[in-house]
Structures are given as C-alpha cells and as structure tokens.
Design a protein around this ligand. Structure first.
Ligand code: PRT
Ligand code: ZN
Length: 285
C-alpha cells in the first residue's frame, strides 16, 4: 500500500514538537526511538529521521514526500518546495547584529564589513537586495562569538529571546526574516500520496486550531446577555442555555488564545460569573 514519507529532524529543537504534533493527530509510531525510520501502525505514514539541513534536498530528490523544518532552513536551501502549513512552533528570526558599542545608523554600515553566519545564501540574497557589498564568513556553530574574537564585524544568526546576543555584547540591528516550523512538500508528489498528505493536513489543522483556542463556559445575568455575547468573538454564535436560577443563563463558546485575556476582562466587566476555561482536544475547522 502507498505510504507518505515524512522527514523530521533526528535530534534538535524541532524533533520533540514534530513528533508531538504527529502523535496528537492520532498517529501511532512503531519503533519511535528515532533510529532511522519509524512506521505508523494506524496511518499510511513513514517517518525518516534526518539532519534538518538535509531535509529540503531529500524532499526535492523524492527520497521523502514531505518534511518539517524551520522556514529559515528551506530559504537557505533554495529548494523549490511548497509550504503546506505553518506549524506555529520553533518561532525565531534571522537578524544581523553588531557590537553594542558600534555607531550603527543604517544598512549602509555593512558596506565593506565582514559578517559571520551559518546562513550564507540567505544573507547573500539580502545583501544583494539592499545593494550592500559585504564579505560573508561562513561559520558552523557559535557564530555569536565571531566579533568578540575579531573574526568578523557583525553576525547574521537566529535570534529567539535575544539573550545570546546580549551575553555576547551584541545588539540586533536588522531583522531579515521571521521563521517557524513548516510542513513542506514537493510540488510533484503522486496523487495517492497527495491524498494521504491531505488527510494528514486535515488532522494537523484540527490539532493546530485546538491549540489556539479555548472553550469557555460562564454564567451571565439575562439583562447583560447581549453585551456578554457581543464580547465573545466565537466560532459562530455562542450556545445560550437557561440556568435553574431565574434571570441567569449559561453561555458556551470558543475563544482564540490571542483575544483571550481581553475577552475575559470584558466578560467580568459585564457581570459574567463562574467563568470556566477548558482546553480543546481537537477542533475541526
Ligand atoms: O543537527 P541539526 O542540523 O538537525 O540541527 P541544528 O543544530 O541545525 O538546528 P537546531 O536544532 O538548533 O534548530 C532547528 C531550528 O529551530 C532552526 O533552524 C530554527 O528554525 C529553529 N529555532 C528556533 C532556533 C532557535 N529558535 C534558536 N534560538 N534555532 C537556533 N536557536 C539558537 C540560535 O542559533 C542562537 O545560538 O539559539 C540561540 C539564540 O537564542 P536566544 O533565545 O538566546 O536569542
Ligand atoms: Zn541543522
């Protein structure tokens, strides 16, 4: 039977969360101990464990049909693959940073400078787009120490919290791109595998939507129902049920994580009581 082969990172920042999302989609992996390959017992799926940098090329070559990598890795590879879904984890950005004492004013600062990075292709493209003539020094690992040891005048690297930059006396001056984990596929996978990918995507989207939303229940005085309902930007319209106590109703709805605290604030202001917030296991959107 036809199987979809998905490549994920063997060991690193993406590994755990890539396996988590596959598990939450209800897929059981046999020998999931991250050797080379795992097979799913209840879904036509095979997992290949690889270094993240190799994944785009393996997909482009047809060794894997799909894969999960940081968008930065896809961009650096230059492979012509499709992003089928953004997965919302491993968020970071690729930025240029200089010594915190340097008198940086604008991008032209980088003209004639040496920039250390593990992402030369992405940097080269940005320099070209901005007509900057700088020298790229390729370093694999510990890029942040390059200026301190006099190897470079600036660095181009992944930034997440920014604490690595600070502890190396650097300041972020230009953001080149944002990144998060993405599900990739080759544009030309066969129809049978495309069908499996579509089924997987349907499940992954249900998992992602459930992660971003909370189910809320609350008690509302009937004379404030309109205001309370108006404060909830729910899925369609909230469910409203009468309570045994006269003059009160129970309201049920779904609230997006991003709006959550603002919505709760308004609900309290309008007199909602007994507010319960419940995680959602799956959400079919
Ligand atoms: O062995 P393999 O090649 O598979 O792994 P790897 O070492 O290349 O990658 P890994 O596991 O370190 O990261 C995988 C992906 O996670 C990256 O390609 C990014 O898309 C994403 N990601 C998210 C990060 C970070 N956040 C991150 N903070 N990758 C690296 N970092 C490093 C960064 O290099 C810097 O040294 O963390 C430091 C910065 O962090 P802050 O929080 O101090 O700013
Ligand atoms: Zn890597």
């Amino acid at each position: 039977m036809e199987k979809l082969k998905i490549a994920i990172q063997k060991s690193g920042r993406l590994s755990e969360k890539s396996l988590d999302i596959i598990a939450e989609a209800g897929i059981n992996l046999i020998n999931g101990s991250r050797k080379l390959i795992s097979i799913a017992s209840n879904f036509p799926l095979e997992i290949l464990y690889l270094r993240d940098d190799d994944i785009p090329q393996y997909i482009a070559d047809g060794v894997a049909d799909a894969g999960i990598v940081g968008e930065n890795v896809l961009v650096e590879s230059g492979a012509r693959l499709d992003i089928v879904e953004r997965l919302g984890f491993a968020r970071c950005r690729l930025s240029l940073a200089v010594n915190k004492s340097s008198d940086y004013s604008d991008r032209s600062y980088f003209n004639g400078k040496r920039i250390a990075t593990s992402y030369p292709a992405t940097l080269k493209r940005w320099l070209q787009e901005n007509s900057i003539d700088a020298e790229i020094h390729i370093i694999n690992g510990s890029v942040e120490i390059a200026t301190g040891i006099g190897l470079a005048d600036a660095i181009f690297d992944i930034v997440s919290s920014g604490s690595t930059l600070i502890s190396n006396g650097l300041k972020e001056v230009e953001k080149v791109m944002d990144s998060e984990a993405v599900l990739l596929t080759a544009p030309d996978i066969n129809d049978a595998r495309r069908d499996i990918l579509d089924e997987l995507l349907f499940r992954l989207r249900a998992v992602l939507a459930s992660r971003n939303n909370k189910y809320i229940l609350l008690n509302a005085p009937d004379d404030k129902l309109d205001k309370i309902i108006g404060a909830i930007p729910g899925m369609k319209s909230p469910t409203v049920l009468p309570l045994a106590m006269k003059g009160w109703s129970s309201v049920h709805s779904v609230v997006n994580e991003n709006d959550f605290w603002q919505v709760i604030g308004k609900l309290r202001e309008y007199g909602a009581q007994g507010i319960l917030v419940i995680p959602i296991e799956k959400m079919i959107v």
